[in-house]
Ligand binder design. Structure first.
Ligand code: SF4
Ligand code: SF4
Length: 292
């Protein structure tokens, strides 16, 4: 079962939900893997405190120009849709950080002056946090494109009962890359006008991807009722409400989890886990029936 945790905006408590859910599932005896796909700012490790035993670079394809073979025809610059290569006064200028590795330039070059080279844009670290298998991706400083690193994390997903994907915030390409293929998406939000606005954007994205989702309201008693009303009106399931609790913030600031530091939070995350397992199982049963 693959569960992605996402949110329309940063700072809503996405990693809090993801890490605490991983701990709850592990304590239930499930074989759990936690994959931090928030590769620009992976902070799941601050709370789960994994020990790493393996790492590897994430590389992307980039052109390498052989000036001796280049005749300055400009075809590489014309085909590049990402402004990663330009030809001026018959000289080729390359901007590797904009390159999407599409291969267009080396396929179009009439003289074979462009070869495919590899460039590291980030790295993966793998290990374990107790019984939880842990993997996160780290985008190199200054790199603009996180999807290759996210794909790197996802391609190393271990076999397990429950895969928890901590997605980046927002609704753009990196989030889409993270949640793609998930059995279920948990959207974490706050009951504020900004939170609701970003939740609606996230819901539009998840619906466009045809994924099933539910909502967790964090700091549930700190805002207004509009998020609950919206969910009720559109038949969106609220999976859990997490109170606005100073003790959670204090635990967080120490790198502790609510699950480990505040006894009653075990019930919140155990119930959330139970709810998700029921919803995903039900969905799988109806999908099986549809196929028969
Ligand atoms: S590989 Fe594609 S994106 Fe990169 S420079 Fe060549 S044409 Fe542009
Ligand atoms: S397509 Fe090849 S030959 Fe033409 S400018 Fe680019 S690198 Fe030079």
């Amino acid at each position: 079962m693959k569960i992605a945790i996402a949110s329309g905006k940063g700072g809503t408590g996405k990693t809090t939900v993801a890490t605490n859910l991983a701990l709850a599932a592990s304590d239930e005896g499930m074989d759990v893997a936690y994959m931090d796909c928030d590769v620009e700012e992976p902070n799941g490790a601050l709370f789960l405190k994994p020990e790493f035993d393996d790492e590897m670079p994430v590389e992307v394809s980039v052109p390498e120009i052989d000036d001796a073979k280049c005749v300055g025809c400009g075809k590489c610059g014309e085909i590049c849709q990402f402004n990663a290569i330009a030809v001026m006064l018959k000289k080729v200028f390359l901007f590797p950080e904009l390159c999407h590795g599409c291969a267009g330039c080396w396929l179009v070059c009439p003289t074979g002056a462009i070869a495919e080279a590899r460039r590291a844009t980030g790295r993966l670290e793998m290990g374990s946090a107790g019984k939880i298998k842990f993997i996160h991706g780290l985008l190199n400083v200054g790199e603009a494109m996180s999807p290759p690193v996210i794909r790197g994390v996802k391609s190393h997903a271990p076999q397990c009962d429950l895969l928890i994907i901590d997605s980046p915030p927002g609704t753009s390409c990196p989030v889409i890359e993270s949640v793609r293929g998930a059995d279920y998406v948990i959207l974490v939000t706050e009951p504020t006008p900004f939170g609701l606005n970003d939740l609606k954007l996230a819901i539009d994205m998840i619906k466009a991807l045809k994924l099933t989702f539910g909502v967790v309201i964090n700091r549930a008693d700190a805002g207004d009722l509009k998020t609950r009303e919206y969910c009720r009106e559109f038949g969106i399931e609220i999976l859990a409400e997490i109170p606005d609790d100073r003790r959670v913030a204090v635990a967080y600031s120490r790198g502790d989890t609510a699950y480990h530091s505040i006894p009653e939070y075990r019930d919140i995350f155990n119930s959330l886990l139970e709810r998700i397992v029921i919803v995903v199982d039900k969905r799988c049963v109806s999908a099986d029936r549809r196929q028969k």
